[in-house]
Design a protein. Structure first.
Length: 102
């Protein structure tokens, strides 16, 4: 209904860890995971590390209004709303009569 909506699960990231760019009809999302979780007691330790960069580029099926794109990030989910550029109505062919001088 006039918008494209992209939703991406980016658990463990913060908004400042993500970049979104639009070039032509290609939307690119880049980010970097930098986290380390440690659990344990005095004899047992568990450590999980997630590091790494990622990027995804998506060719949009229609032209969007770049200045009106909105992005929000909540609970690890990025949502990008992009308004479509309104289609220009094609004019119907119409025969124009030539009037003779009286």
């Amino acid at each position: 209904d006039g918008h494209l909506v992209l939703s991406a699960d980016l658990l463990g990231l913060q908004p400042e860890d993500v970049d979104i760019h639009l070039r032509g009809n290609t939307l690119t999302i880049k980010g970097e995971y930098k986290s380390e979780d440690t659990e344990g007691d005095e004899n047992v330790y568990y450590r999980e590390r997630r590091y790494g960069k990622f990027h995804r580029s998506l060719k949009l099926p229609v032209e969007v209004e770049a200045e009106a794109i909105e992005a929000k990030f909540e609970d690890g989910v990025l949502e990008v709303t992009m308004p479509k550029v309104p289609k220009v109505e094609e004019t119907q062919a119409k025969r124009i009569e030539i009037k003779a001088k009286a």
